[in-house]
Write a protein that binds this ligand. Structure first.
Ligand code: NAP
Length: 505
């Protein structure tokens, strides 16, 4: 069965067709036409979200949990169409799209359970002390409340889990915040089906349709209008450093600045400590190559840089990675633009001072094959550009002369989503020295594994110091991500009749 998209925006429960059209650019199959977004439409969506906020913020946790579960059901009901359109638009294999759908619906259900429990409200109560001297203490209660309409930018590399009904939307709706999504033009048809699922779930439960809108992109002014609309109170974004920084600046320069929760670039360094390199350098090299090439390297947690002490163990590690990468077949990238950017990034790294090529490939059209380079730590430390993200299956091995230089290299990294230690028993002392450096650098520190693959769980942190994210106190994955769309309110001496139900149960 072939799914034909309707090509309309979804504004407050209505399909809206605008004048301009843009064409999708699928990796396979037929292109389709979609309405181009514009600032007037963004304003309409934001006005609807704002009007719906009071009512939605006052819904019970159970009502919002039921909404999240209904969205998951409606997405599953459209599973085949989502896989078909998503795979054609992005070039991602069908199995990946099916897995990502499971993660997306699992995420929605996890948030339903999370808000039912109520811990996220962080409720506190300091009872009144009327007889306290020299002054009585009032009755003080505190809990987290939703902040208002949220703008969500669908990510190109996760058409489901970080897009229309992805983690940002799930967290915002769970918190009680209406959402206006700017769809990503790399997968407008996939976004549309998921948007239809959200609209259907809202309708089925008789909730206010104004709590959700999807504005398709096609023009730069859509994103600008969205983050500068005075009714928007925070932004969730996953994408490039350049785009994220431009939108962040717009948020900061508004008359009322708002938080911009951007998840931007990361090279996710991996440190192979000497005992581990000696005992299993070859296996780590093979595992690293597999992690680097997963999903054509288009994961924000792709471990692009491996740091290892120079010598025979480093040779064995590099040889194993080289062999594994040479055997990797070309993979289709998400867009033509990303394939171009990947080739340019590889050329930039390859031209760096002291950089040697271990695996070079000829990547054609939208295909990506792996590149592998190596460089001494001395040259690497002098050339900051080598530590910048190249989005795709590209690895750089940095050879350090000893443990002290490994620590120096570790200290030189900008903020990262993840940092990985490969270590065995004999590496404990160096591991202890590196841990505080890695904690300072990254949102997630892992040992003896690979960072691609982010568990959606209570303890997960997918964030980190800039440029990994624009707000290092936050995560965009896991239940803690709801905190981005909440703020604490203190209620002082409120009469019993006015105390919100969430504070009383
Ligand atoms: P992007 O270019 O940053 O675009 C993301 C979203 O932001 C799109 O909806 C885009 O709208 C919008 N946008 C970007 N710049 C804007 C601006 N100046 N004003 C208004 N809106 C703006 O990212 P992408 O298209 O997803 O991927 C491009 C590159 O981003 C990749 O090659 C990769 O390097 C990086 N990336 C990184 C991650 C990560 O997790 N670290 C994930 C995905 C991508 P338009 O579509 O209208 O341009």
């Amino acid at each position: 069965m072939t799914h034909i998209p309707h090509g309309d925006h979804l504004i407050a429960g209505e399909k809206i067709r605008t004048e301009g059209r843009f064409s999708s650019a699928p990796a396979t199959g037929q292109a389709h036409e979609f309405s181009v977004g514009n600032p007037d439409l963004v304003a309409q969506a934001c006005a609807a979200a704002d009007a719906a906020f009071g009512g939605f913020a006052a819904t019970t946790r159970e009502e919002r949990a039921a909404l999240l579960e209904a969205i998951a059901e409606e997405i599953d009901a459209r599973g085949d169409a989502i896989t078909e359109v998503g795979s054609a638009e992005t070039g991602l294999p069908q199995a990946r799209l099916q897995g990502e759908r499971g993660r997306t619906t699992g995420q929605l259900r996890l948030f339903a359970d999370h808000i039912r429990k109520g811990d996220y409200l962080d409720r506190r109560h300091d009872t009144a002390l009327p007889d306290r001297q020299p002054l009585p203490r009032p009755d003080l209660r505190m809990m987290q409340r939703p902040i208002g309409p949220i703008a969500v930018f669908g990510a190109s590399n996760f058409p489901l889990a970080f897009s229309v009904a992805g983690g940002d939307t799930a967290a915002a709706l769970a918190a009680g915040c209406p959402v206006v999504v700017k769809g990503h033009s790399a997968h407008p048809g996939t976004g549309e089906i998921v948007g239809d699922a959200i609209v259907a779930a809202i309708k089925r439960l008789g909730m206010d349709p104004r709590i959700f809108s999807l504005v398709q992109g096609g023009k730069r002014d859509v994103g600008e209008a969205l983050v500068t609309d005075p009714r928007i109170k925070a932004v969730g974004f996953t994408g490039s450093l350049g785009g994220g920084r431009a939108l962040y600046n717009l948020c900061a320069n508004r008359p009322e600045p708002i938080p911009f929760f951007g998840e931007l670039g990361s090279v996710n360094p991996m440190f192979v400590l000497p005992a581990a390199a000696g005992a299993r350098g070859e296996a780590i090299g093979q595992g690293w190559a597999a992690s680097l090439t997963m999903g054509a390297g288009q994961f924000c947690t792709n471990p692009g840089i491996a740091v290892i002490v120079d010598g025979p163990d480093a040779d064995a590690f590099a040889a194993a990675a080289t062999e594994a990468l040479q055997a990797t077949a070309p993979q289709v990238m998400l867009t033509d633009g990303m394939a171009d950017a990947y080739r340019q990034g590889a050329a930039r790294v390859g031209a760096g001072k002291g950089v040697r090529s271990l695996v070079t490939t000829s990547c054609e059209a939208r295909n990506a094959s792996p590149y592998l380079f190596e460089v001494s730590a001395a040259d690497w430390l002098e050339n900051h550009e080598l530590s910048e993200e190249v989005f795709g299956p590209l690895g750089v091995i940095v050879r350090v002369k000893d443990a002290a230089q490994m620590e120096e290299v570790a200290r030189s990294f900008a903020g990262q989503l993840t940092a990985t230690l490969q270590l065995d028993d004999g590496d404990t002392e160096l591991g202890r020295r590196l841990l505080p450096v890695l904690e300072r650098m990254a949102g997630r520190v892992l040992a003896n594994g690979f960072p691609t693959g982010v568990e959606v769980a209570d303890s997960m942190v997918h964030g980190g110091p800039y440029p990994a994210s624009t707000n290092f106190g936050a995560t965009s994955v896991g239940t803690l991500s709801i905190r981005r769309f909440l703020r604490p309110v203190c209620y002082q001496n409120l009469p019993e009749a006015l105390i919100p139900a969430d504070l009383n149960d």
